[in-house]
Every structure is written in structure tokens, then in C-alpha cells.
Design a protein around this ligand. Structure first.
Ligand code: TXE
Length: 500
């Protein structure tokens, strides 16, 4: 039975704080109207952690109604009051970081230390947006007419539908929800089916922080019901904006549905990030950063390095040093075990995708430097940390987002050539460049067609900068003041003086 499975595990879920098994609508912890449930599994051992409501259209409508009603008063709260509650939410997340991290490790598989890092990183958005809430300034503009004044103010968009992925189950919630609450919006969250427990725990802390009922709602749904709930969240007339992070494929479907109601969208979609190393670079530093850019979260990050483009003069030295670093640092195992740095992939679908991409490449002549196969002794979803060379354009792995622990290394000879290769993708999220040549760094920052360029660094994201991509990587920015403005519209008011 599910109960036995829950007990038969090395993580004791019974003692986990903040493990909620209900969804959250209008300030109540609730079941699906249909009473349906679905299991949430630990990807390390395939055991059931909890069964939670498998909601459908009726539940989604109920949540939107609650968010719509609460918006009527929330939009008139002062920025100071909104900032104070956000700040309390931040404090509670930091205080409970160990409990939250355990839930992430259980359902997402990532090592505990990394899960704690996600809580620190994700909480920093709440702290930052608490500050930003008080700086959503308008403008007063010189008028072209005498005795008149033009005022531009920022208005919240209303109810935001928030659909999040499983790779950063906490940070993807805080990055969106913190910003939209600061702006004065309310929301309905549909967390990824693989990682809903983190979202529920985060929202329980929001409840403790004092958000009034209906401001934040969570509708949980299985993979089967996600499109049903998603359709309502995109098409309901009361929804003003859809904020989504996930695959480009699903992003396009949601964008299409949003278009029917001329709704605003914020889309953070897939990437195909180049990691470029020039001969002048400090190779040891580049390798250290490559480890972060590739193997953080076991390669399951949209800003993860997807293509290593290494100058021919240093190719062999880089690949050798990279391989040695992998042998030293990549310890595969379940996330709760001390010392483990590489957990499982999130689900069978992702594990199969990574395996078949490598098999396709090897079948067409790619060379395995290290790894190159699943690691079944740890479980069904583990994969060895891998380096491939001799990858050609006709191999699927050349153009696809790998989303796993596989580093594909290519050789290049000139700056023009590497720019051509790097830019030849329909996506444009992050890019990384390693060089000591200042002029070259400047040219690369100008010419790389990506929303973000990191020079001599492998980690880009924080609350302060504007995170986001161009082309098929999405629309809009998260973090920074731009991330808050994303959830506002500009209202223009004209004041005409009656007394002349
Ligand atoms: O993503 P999906 P998946 C990329 C990455 C990965 C691939 C597939 O390449 O290998 O996408 O991952 C919800 N209406 N990224 O299948 O399906 C779903 O329930 C409404 C990059 O997990 O896009 C979940 O909440 N919602 C990405 C969310 O969409 C729908 C992070 C994301 O799932 C829906 C994740 C529908 N019709 C994957 N179908 C990044 N940018 O970081 C699914 N969902």
C-alpha cells in the first residue's frame, strides 16, 4: 500500500515539517472537488512521498475566483504593507531552510547542500522584491498643452496564473510570486507535477507570514490534468497574465491560448547556452566554472551550459582538466547522502531523453571521454557525468537542450567562427565567455545573440539582475525592477486645470 511505501524509505517523510498533502484555495487547505489524488515520487528510489489532490477545471476556476475577489482589496494596499508581508515571508523561509531543503531533496532529488543553496537563492528574491515594492515609481511628464499635466502610474495586472517547472521548485515560485505580489497582483500557482510539495510548503510559510486569504492559491495537478488546468488558467477572462517557466513546446501552447484573450505573458523557456573558452583564458578557472555551469542540478537548468566551444589550441588541455575535475567532484547517489554531488534525473522521461541523445550521438561517431551511460546501480534515473567530443551537426544532441549531465565539447579556430556557431540556434538565453582579452570580451558581449552574457563566470542568476532570453527562449525578464514591472501596466492620467 502507499502507506507502507511511505514508511519504507530512508528519508522519514512522517517527520517532515511543512509536508502538506492538500492544495490551497482561498486560504483553505483543500482536496480536489472530484476527490482524485496522484502520487509524488522520490526520483532517487521511486518511493511515494505523498498523495495530493489531482485537480481539474472546476478547482482551477474556484482558485481564480478567490484570486479575483482578493485582488479587489489587495491592489489598494500600500507598497509599505506589501513589503512588510514579503519581508516576513522571506524571514520564515530562511528560518525554515533546512525543512524546505529536505522536501526539495525528497521530490526533486538534488543533493541537500544544493537544495539549501536553492532556498537561500530563492528567498533572496522575496527580500529583494520587498525592497522593490516601495520603488514602483511613476512619472510626471512635461505636457505639450498649457495648464495640463501628464501622469503615468504603474497598475497591477490582476490575477496572474503561475505555471512552474520542477528543476528549481522553490526559486521559480519566489521569483515569480514575490514580484507579482510586490506589484499588487494576486495569483494561482500550478506547480510542476513532479515537485508540488515544495510549492505547498513555501505557500504554507506565506500563510504564516500573513498574506490575506485568496492572494496566493495553489492548484495541484498530475501530468494528465496539467493541460486541463492550464487551459483554464490561460483562458479565464479574470486572468490578466500568464507567467510560465518550462519547455519551449508548452510555452508556445500557453502563448497561443493567452493570445485569444490578449493577455500578458512572461515566458522563461528553454536555452541552448554556449560556453566559449579562448586561448588567453585561465583554464583552471574556466574548468571550475564549467563544473557549475554544467553539473549544477545535474545539468537540469535552463542556463546550464549546453555546448562547450573550446579553441583548438587549448582543446585537449581543457578536456583533460574537465575530465579530471569530474572524476574528483561528481559523486553520484541519493541527494540525502552526505558527500553526494549528483542526484538522479527528475523522472523516467528525462532519463530516457538523456540516454537516447547520447546513444544517437555515439551511433553516429561521437567519442565518449568519460561516462556515457546510465548508472543503474544507484536507481533507474541516475546517469553518469559525461563528456562527449567529435559531435557533428547531424547528431540530435548538437542542437537540442540536453537537460542532463552531458558536456558536449567542440573545437573552433577563430572568433568569427565561434560566434557563427554560438548564434546558430533558435533560442537565446544565457552564454558564457572565458578570455583575458578585454577587446575580445567586449566584442563577444556585443555580438552574442543571447539575453545574458557572462564573462569569465559560470553562474548568472541572482535577484538583482534581469534574467531572461531572446528568440524562442521567451518573453520578459525576472528579477530586478524589470521583473516587478512585468506584472504592471502603465496608466496615463491627464490632469486639466479647471481654473485658468
Ligand atoms: O517541461 P514542461 P518538462 C525543458 C527541458 C526539458 C523539457 C521537458 O529541455 O527536458 O523542457 O521538460 C506544465 N498546459 N525545460 O516536460 O512540460 C507542467 O505541468 C499547462 C526547461 O518537464 O514544459 C509543468 O508545471 N501547463 C525549463 C510545466 O508546464 C502544462 C524547465 C513545465 O513542464 C502543460 C523545465 C499544458 N498543456 C523543462 N503541459 C526551463 N526553462 O528551465 C505541461 N505543463
Amino acid at each position: 500500500s502507499v502507506d507502507e511505501q511511505i514508511h519504507d524509505t530512508r528519508m522519514d517523510y512522517r517527520n517532515m515539517h511543512y509536508l502538506r498533502k492538500s492544495a490551497y484555495i482561498n486560504g483553505q487547505w483543500v482536496n480536489a472537488e472530484s476527490k482524485a489524488v496522484f502520487p509524488v515520487l522520490n526520483p532517487a528510489d521511486d518511493k511515494v512521498i505523498a498523495e495530493i489532490p489531482d485537480m481539474d477545471a472546476a478547482d482551477a476556476k474556484r482558485a481564480i475566483a478567490a484570486a479575483t475577489e482578493s485582488f479587489r482589496t489587495w491592489k489598494y494596499t500600500t507598497a509599505k504593507d506589501r513589503a512588510a508581508i514579503l519581508r516576513r515571508w522571506y524571514d520564515l523561509c530562511v528560518k525554515n531552510q533546512d525543512h524546505l531543503a529536505e522536501i526539495i531533496t525528497a521530490e526533486a532529488g538534488k543533493p541537500l547542500a544544493e537544495a539549501k543553496g536553492e532556498i537561500v537563492y530563492g528567498s533572496s528574491f522575496l527580500e529583494f522584491f520587498a525592497d522593490t515594492a516601495r520603488h514602483i515609481n511613476g512619472e510626471v511628464i512635461p505636457s505639450p498643452w498649457p495648464n495640463k499635466q501628464i501622469m503615468l502610474t504603474r497598475q497591477p495586472l490582476g490575477v496572474v496564473s503561475v505555471i512552474t517547472p520542477w528543476n528549481f521548485p522553490f526559486a521559480m515560485i519566489t521569483r515569480k510570486v514575490g514580484a507579482l505580489l510586490a506589484a499588487g497582483c494576486t495569483c494561482v500557482i500550478k506547480p510542476a507535477e513532479d515537485t508540488p510539495l515544495t510549492a505547498l510548503a513555501a505557500v504554507q510559510l506565506a500563510e504564516e507570514a500573513g498574506f490575506p486569504k485568496g492572494i496566493i492559491n495553489v492548484v495541484t495537478a498530475s501530468r494528465k490534468n496539467a493541460p486541463i488546468v492550464g487551459k483554464v488558467l490561460c483562458e479565464d477572462a479574470n486572468v490578466g497574465c500568464i507567467s510560465f517557466t518550462g519547455s519551449t513546446h508548452v510555452g508556445k501552447i500557453l502563448y497561443g491560448m493567452a493570445a485569444k484573450g490578449v493577455k500578458r505573458v512572461s515566458l522563461e523557456l528553454g536555452g541552448n547556452c554556449p560556453f566559449i573558452v579562448f586561448p588567453s583564458a585561465d583554464i583552471n578557472h574556466a574548468v571550475e566554472q564549467a563544473m557549475m555551469a554544467k553539473f549544477r542540478n545535474n545539468g537540469q537548468a535552463c542556463v546550464g551550459a549546453n555546448r562547450f566551444l573550446i579553441h583548438a589550441d587549448i582543446f585537449d588541455a581543457f578536456v583533460e582538466a574537465f575530465k579530471n575535475k569530474i572524476m574528483e567532484k561528481c559523486i553520484i547517489g541519493p541527494g540525502y547522502k552526505a558527500g553526494v554531488t549528483c542526484g538522479p534525473l527528475i523522472n523516467l522521461e528525462q532519463a530516457t531523453k538523456v540516454k537516447s541523445l547520447v546513444e544517437d550521438a555515439c551511433g553516429k561517431g561521437a567519442n565518449v571521454v568519460i561516462g556515457g551511460k546510465p548508472a543503474p546501480k544507484h536507481g533507474t534515473k541516475f546517469y553518469e557525468s559525461t563528456i562527449l567530443t567529435d559531435v557533428k551537426p547531424e547528431m540530435k544532441i548538437y542542437g537540442e537542450e540536453i537537460f542532463g549531465p552531458v558536456a558536449v565539447c567542440h573545437k573552433f579556430n577563430t572568433e568569427e567562427e565561434v560566434l557563427e556557431i554560438a548564434n546558430s540556434t533558435r533560442t537565446g538565453l544565457g552564454s558564457y565567455v572565458f578570455t583575458r582579452d578585454l577587446g575580445q570580451a567586449f566584442r563577444m558581449s556585443q555580438k552574442l545573440e543571447f539575453g545574458m552574457v557572462a564573462i569569465n563566470d559560470g553562474v548568472l542568476s541572482a535577484a538583482e539582475p534581469a534574467f531572461g532570453g531572446i528568440k524562442e527562449s521567451g518573453i520578459g525578464r525576472e528579477g530586478s525592477k524589470h521583473g516587478v514591472e512585468e506584472y504592471t501596466d502603465i496608466k496615463y492620467t491627464l490632469f486639466s486645470a479647471l481654473d485658468k
